[in-house]
Design a protein around this ligand. Structure first.
Ligand SMILES: *Cc1c(COP(=O)(O)O)cnc(C)c1O
Length: 397
C-alpha cells in the first residue's frame, strides 16, 4: 500500500479521533524507525514511553518469538508457568505482594479504582477518590472522571460518581480536600500527558504522610513513570514512599499490550472470587515479553545505564534555558519536557525535528516531550541536541 492509499484508508475508515503526523512507519531497528519512503528517524517518542528496548532488541525478540511458537493465549481458567514466573519476579522487584494483570493503562487504573472501592466496602462503606488537576489516568469512564480534562468530561457526561480533585502540587488545597469521605487518592509523580509536570518532593512526601495518618489509600499511577523511565524501576523510590497500590502499563511488556495493578497484601486481597477478571490479561505472550523486559532492566544492567543516560540528557537540555522562548525544562531520567512560550507552537518544532530525522511528541502546555527507548545512546542524544539547537538558533520571537 503506498503512502497516499494508507492515508486515504485511515481517513475513510478509522474513527476520526487521531491527529496523525504526515509519515507512515514501516519498521524499526535499534532506537530508530524507518518510514515507507525509507527515511530514518531517531525515536524520542518510543510509542509514548512504551518501547523501552527500542526495536528488534535481540534478546527480547528471541523470547517473544519462542513464546509465539509455544503458546500465546489460554483462558485465565488455567495456570501457566510463564505467568506464575513473571508475577513472582514482578512482586519481588516491586515489593508488592499482589498483582492483577490486564491490557492497558486505563484498565490498570480501572482495576485500582475498583479495588479501592471494594476495600472501602469491606471497611465501613462507600468513599470518594481524589485525583489531581491536570492528571491523566485513561479513557474508560471511571479513569476519565479521574482525569483532569474538562472538555472530555463535558462530552462524555454523565460521569460516574465518587470522584473529586485537588490542585496540582498544592498541599494546602490537598489537605482541605482530603475530607473524611475520601478513601483514596490517585496521582502520577510526574504528570506525563500534561507536559512532563513533576510534583515536588515536599508535596509527595507530605501528601503521602497525611494519607497514611488518615488511613487513606495512596494510589500511584506509574503507567508512564514506571519500568525505569525515571532512572529507577518505579518512580516512588525517589521519594521514600510506599504506595498502597501502583499501576503499570506502557513499557511493562516492551510494546506488547499489558497493564498491571499491584497492591499490598491487605489491599490486594480486598477482591473476592469473581469480583474482577480479564480475558487477555496476563496471557502467555504478554507475560513472556514482560518477563524479558524486567530481566533486561534489572539483570542486564539497562536500569543503571538508562539512569546515567537520563542524567546526561538532563544536562544537555539545561543549556536551552538561554533561549528566551523556552520557558521551562522539566523532568527526570529519560522523561523530559521542554516548554515553549505560547507564541511558538511546539508542534512546529516537532515538525522541524522530524525533517532533521528526530521524532519527538508534543504533550500538554505547549511542551515537547522526550521519552526515548531506555537503550538510547549519548551519540543519539547529542544528535537531537544539535538539531534542536539549530532550530532554536533560527527561531525569532
Ligand atoms: C498512557 C497513560 C495512561 C493510559 O494508558 P492506556 O494504555 O492508553 O490506557 C494512564 N495513565 C498514565 C499516567 C499514562 O501515561
Amino acid at each position: 500500500m503506498n503512502f497516499n492509499k494508507i492515508k486515504e484508508a485511515e481517513a475513510t475508515h478509522y474513527m476520526p479521533v487521531f491527529t496523525r503526523d504526515n509519515i507512515a512507519i514501516e519498521r524499526g531497528e535499534g532506537n530508530c524507525l524507518y518510514d515507507v519512503h525509507g527515511n530514518k528517524y531517531v525515536d524520542f517518542v518510543a510509542g509514548i514511553a512504551t518501547n523501552i528496548l527500542g526495536y528488534n532488541h535481540p534478546e527480547y525478540t528471541r523470547v517473544v518469538c519462542d513464546q509465539v511458537h509455544k503458546l500465546m493465549h489460554v483462558s485465565n481458567h488455567y495456570y501457566t508457568a510463564v505467568q506464575s514466573e513473571y508475577i513472582t519476579k514482578l512482586c519481588e522487584a516491586s515489593g508488592f505482594s499482589r498483582v492483577f494483570l490486564c491490557n492497558s493503562g486505563a484498565e490498570a487504573n480501572e482495576c485500582a479504582i475498583k479495588l479501592a472501592r471494594r476495600y472501602f466496602k469491606n471497611n465501613g462503606g462507600e468513599k470518594r477518590i481524589l485525583s489531581a488537576e491536570g492528571a491523566f489516568h485513561g479513557r474508560t469512564l471511571a479513569t476519565l472522571t479521574a482525569t483532569g480534562n474538562a472538555n472530555q468530561h463535558r462530552v462524555y457526561s454523565p460521569l460516574p460518581d465518587g470522584f473529586g480533585t485537588f490542585k496540582y502540587n498544592d498541599f494546602d488545597d490537598f489537605k482541605t480536600k482530603l475530607t473524611d469521605d475520601v478513601g483514596a487518592v490517585i496521582l502520577e509523580t510526574v504528570q506525563g500527558e500534561c507536559g512532563v509536570r513533576p510534583f515536588s518532593n515536599d508535596f509527595l512526601v507530605n501528601a503521602y504522610a497525611l494519607c497514611k495518618s488518615k488511613g487513606v489509600l495512596f494510589i500511584l499511577d506509574e503507567v508512564q513513570t514506571g519500568m525505569g523511565r525515571t532512572g529507577k524501576l518505579f518512580s516512588f523510590s525517589h521519594f521514600g514512599i510506599k504506595p498502597d497500590i501502583i499501576t503499570l502499563a506502557k513499557a511493562i511488556a516492551g510494546g506488547i499490550p499489558m497493564g498491571a495493578c499491584l497492591a499490598s497484601e491487605e489491599v490486594g486481597t480486598a477482591f473476592a472470587l469473581g469480583d474482577h477478571g480479564s480475558t487477555f490479561g496476563g496471557n502467555a505472550l504478554a507475560c513472556a515479553a514482560a518477563d524479558a523486559v524486567l530481566t533486561i532492566l534489572t539483570e542486564g544492567g539497562l536500569l543503571e545505564r538508562s539512569a546515567e543516560v537520563g542524567q546526561y540528557l538532563g544536562e544537555r537540555l539545561a543549556h536551552f534555558s538561554k533561549y528566551n522562548f523556552i520557558t521551562d525544562i522539566r523532568g527526570i531520567g529519560l522523561m523530559r519536557g521542554i516548554q515553549l512560550s505560547p507564541k511558538i507552537p511546539a508542534a512546529a518544532f516537532e515538525g522541524k525535528l522530524r525533517e532533521r530525522g528526530y521524532l519527538v511528541n508534543v504533550a500538554g502546555n505547549n511542551t515537547i516531550r522526550l521519552v526515548p527507548p531506555l537503550t538510547i545512546t549519548r551519540e543519539e542524544i547529542d544528535g537531537l541536541i544539535a538539531a534542536l539547537d539549530e532550530i532554536c538558533a533560527a527561531t525569532n520571537v
